[in-house]
Design a protein around this ligand. Sequence first.
Ligand code: EPZ
Length: 429
Amino acid sequence: MDRIRIHGGRALNGTIPISGAKNAALPLMIASLLTEEKLILDNVPRLADVGLLQYILGNHGVDIMVSGKRAGDEENAGQTLELSAKNIVDTTAPYHLVSKMRASFWVIGPLLARTGEAKVSLPGGCAIGTRPVDFHLDVLRSLGGEIEISEGYVIAKAKKGLRGAKISFPKVSVGATHAALLTASLAKGEAVIENAAREPEIKDVADCLTAMGAKVEGAGTSTIRIQGRDKLNGARHAVLPDRIETGTYAMAVAMTGGDVMLAGAREELLVAALDTLRGTGTKVTVTNEGLRVSRNGAGIVPVDVTTEPFPGFPTDLQAQFMALMSRAKGTSRIRETIFENRFMHVQELARLGANISLDGETAIVQGVEKLKGAPVMATDLRASVSLVIGGLAAEGETTVHRVYHLDRGFERLEQKLARCGASIERVSG
Ligand code: EPZ
């Protein structure tokens, strides 16, 4: 199994190109199930999760052509995927595939809307909480689907097709909002989503669905209205830049010191996280090329943070921020309100010398002067990159095990950091 070896203590200087957003690319790829015509997606990141979803969609009968970028290519632009779901040949998504990636469960709505039936295994995904799918099932029921759960599978039927309805979520859910948006686009009449997630990836998917012929209003706000169509057409759409990758590298620079241009990054996608970072003493400036992040000399100022749905501070940056706070000049409190079990990195950061205690949903981080390299274990995607950030600042050698978690969501991580002066390499076997 691959490991990542880091010799810490070097500042980061240079340019890091920001890839397309994983969490937009996945639902956008799933949107291909909604049309017989070709959906062309540009700026798709080359990630393990994207590859797995290509495989899953292939099982349903989606033909996929990939061009524009090969593994290891250095250029900025991502790959282009041409997805063509002319014929859906299989409406079952089996356990051995869905259990590897939670977002693959989201195929259920589009399959149901397009063919009138779907059988999809209950999902797996990162071990960060219980992560139920009750809102997803409510979406399907509201739109007229009949749902049965049997032997670990959700079996959905809609013999007479789906129709628009009012869907009101008790809690903001990114995935359930995507599910409602995708499915309602191919349902009869108008659907209204209340308490919708406002994440930029929702707006990106809505823009693509609009290009495919659906009428979507209000994406990016809490109320979204969708006029579904009997048929959707093909379209071409470029995936927006990854705000979590942006925030991760910004925190890495804040941690090590240095001066890095995050090329292609957009400030409006992560205002709360950047404001927090500025509070730590890190300089963030907007340029034509992207976001320039620097910190020179001064110590890291502790800042308290609470994770919230967009536009709040994202849960997907909580672990990285905790790594940064582990070296702050004082104490910070980090409260996680989205997932109940998203503190698995605490024990591993402690192996590097961090001083963190847990009090329910709050981590109390007492900054230490130095971290020291150690072997550590990645437990989920964002937790694993927090260990990389820790390792970049730690004295001596850090080895991050179970790197496959990182490969799910960070494209060419070692190359991007090494080109900015980090001593980081992948060790195979
Ligand atoms: C998405 O997950 C992201 N995944 C996650 O990113 C991200 O952490 C999360 O949104 C929150 O921003 C993708 O976009 C592929 P939710 P999702 O539904 O959609 C509860 C990463 O590292 N809930 O917004 O699964 C749930 O338990 C990943 O890239 C229900 O109760 O998250 C949680 O407490 C990890 N019932 C809250 O809602 C449901 O049916 C928000 O979860 C669905 C969710």
